[in-house]
Every structure is written in structure tokens, then in C-alpha cells.
Design a protein around this ligand. Sequence first.
Ligand code: GLA
Length: 384
Amino acid sequence: MTDVKQKALEAFETKFGGKAEMCSYAPGRVNIIGEHTDYNDGFVLPCAIKFGTAIVARKNNTNKIRVVAVDIDNDYDEFEITTDMSKHESKTWSNYLRGVTMLIAKKGHKFEGLDLAICGDVPLGAGLSSSASLEVSFGNLINQAYNLGISLQDIALIGQAAEAFIGCKCGIMDQTISACGQADHALCIDCRSLELKQVKLPQDLVIMIINSNVKHALVGGEYNERREQCEKAAKVLGVKALRDATLEMLIENKSKLDELSFKRARHVITEDERVLLAISAFEKGDLATLAQLMYASHVSMRDDFEITIKEIDALVEIVRSAIGKDAAVRMTGGGFGGSIVAVVEPDMVDKVIAAVNAEYEKVSGKKATIFTTHATNGAQFALL
Ligand code: GLA
């Protein structure tokens, strides 16, 4: 965080003159297990990572948000605070801010303008929730700057609604973990009740993230289509959401569902079960069971939910051949590119790096980027 905060401070001074008064920060996330279950009212198990978005700011005594984005070549935008916000035609990055601003205002909160500089280091398009970290960091900034008293979980809901404003009907996972993550813990979110459970991660395990460098973009398209398919399957099964369906129920009703809906539903129903089993595997420090669950999750995303791509499948198999059958590895995030996640013993890290460096380019024509991380804290705010 020091690095992104420093860069944001410098950009702030250059653009607005003088010093920023406050800093807000929120991390990206990696999802350990529980993919596309959140908008089916199910369970997820992400943790916050060491990359995030820093925003430094100063009140500007106007009704405007004026913002410079360090990562977009110091691109600049300004807009009025209003409940009737329009989207910027080309500056997608600013639309996240416009959405969050409008949604806080729509809740009846009164606040005024801010000058801000934003800098983040969550790799874009890597499936690590750079946009959620921006929404949460910004939402919490407004909240804290004007003492609005909004809870972090409500900030997360505002971030989720901002995604819908832009065009992605995402679930609540990314914003909740960015807001409420705790160091050394993964967070089990019950995406129906929004009840949270911090799950302690064994100290001696390392979380590896391997970015395929095939960028994914979730706005619109395939993501929303998957969501519609799930909702359709729930309707046929006569349940409120797929969280309420069981595998037995699905099999009994097979003839009423087209093949695609059946497969989509089977992924979600079995994935929910895997999340709960993974929590107890973590609690027991049982890496072998975790490995089975994570690989089963991957296969289910590949064959039933059909959201992996060949580069991602190749990465998973490279890690499996490096570690063996006890490799806890799967694709993470929305899909169609992005990253894989592996939970490994420390002495396996170098082996995995060597295998990926030796094999991935041969099959994909690209180099992968490899990070290790630990689970970090969620949103933070400080006066400077
Ligand atoms: C994206 C969405 C989340 C979730 C995941 C898939 O990250 O923003 O809400 O649906 O995809 O698990």
C-alpha cells in the first residue's frame, strides 16, 4: 500500500497543489473456492490480497468530485454529485466513481465535493477484483470524509450496485471481501443472509496467484448470461435460488431442464457444498482434501459452467504436474481469462514457478505472471 499511496500523493500535489488530507485504501481479492455461487444466494470463500487501490483526497468546498487517475496516464474527470448521474462515454474507470457517488447520494446521505488522486496495483483484467477495490476504497472515502456512518457491508452493497450501473450484474463477493477482509483469514460469506465467518488460514501455507495474462472483462456478456441461466434453472426447480436446490432434486427434474441449464445448476449446487467442505478442511489443516475440492471446482467450472479457457486449463495442469495430485489449484474469479489460485506448502513455491516458466509459454505463446500473497486486511482509512 505504501507504494500506491505515495504515487497518489505525488499526483495529487501535481494536479491540485498542496497536500491531501486523507487516504482510503481497499484491497483486491482472490477467491479460494465458491465461484458463481454468490448471485445464487450461496457460499464463497475469498481472501483479500496484498494489492489494492489507494485514494488520497481533500475536501474542495464544491459540489463536484474532481479526480486524477494515476494508472490511466493521469487521466482526469470531474462530475457533479447528483442522484441522477450519467455515465461517461469513454472513461470507464470514472463510471465506477460516478456509480458509487450517485448511489450514496440516492440513499439520502448529504456530502460535498472532493479532489482526489487514485492509484492501484491490482493487475487489471486478472480476475482479482480491481474494480471492487476501487468501489470500496472510494465509497469508504466519502463515508469517512463526511462521517456518514455507513457500515462496511453497506459500502460493499453500494459497490455491487455500482457494477450494475455500469452493466455487470455481479454478486456481492468481491466488494464484501475488499471491505471486510481480515489478515490471515479467508472470509466465508453467506451471500443470502450476508453473515460473515472469518476462517483462519494455516500459517504455513502460501497462496500463489498465477495470471494467465489473458485479460477478462466482465462488463456485460457471458457473465450476465450465466446468471440468467442459473435463474432459469432455479425457476424450473421451483426454488428461490439455486442455493435451495440439492443434487437429488436436480437429477429428479432432469427431463424438465435443457442440457445447458442442467450443467449450470450442477456446477452451482456442487460448488456450494465444496465451499463448506473446504472450510472444514482448512480448520483441520487438511491440504489433501482441500486439493480434491479445488480441483473438483476447476473441473466443474471447465465442463459444467464452461467459463475456463485453454490457457487457464493449461496452467492448472502445469501446477498439478509440478506438485502432484495433492495440488490445491483452480481457476479463480469470474472466468474467461484471468488467474488461477494455488494453496501450497512453502517448499513447493519454487517448483511451481519453475514449471510455469518452463511450460506455459509453449502452450499459450504468453508469459504468466506469478505472485505469492498472504491474506490481508480489508478497507482502511486514515487522516493524513
Ligand atoms: C466476479 C463477480 C463476483 C462473482 C465472481 C464469480 O468476480 O464480481 O460477484 O460472481 O465473478 O464467482
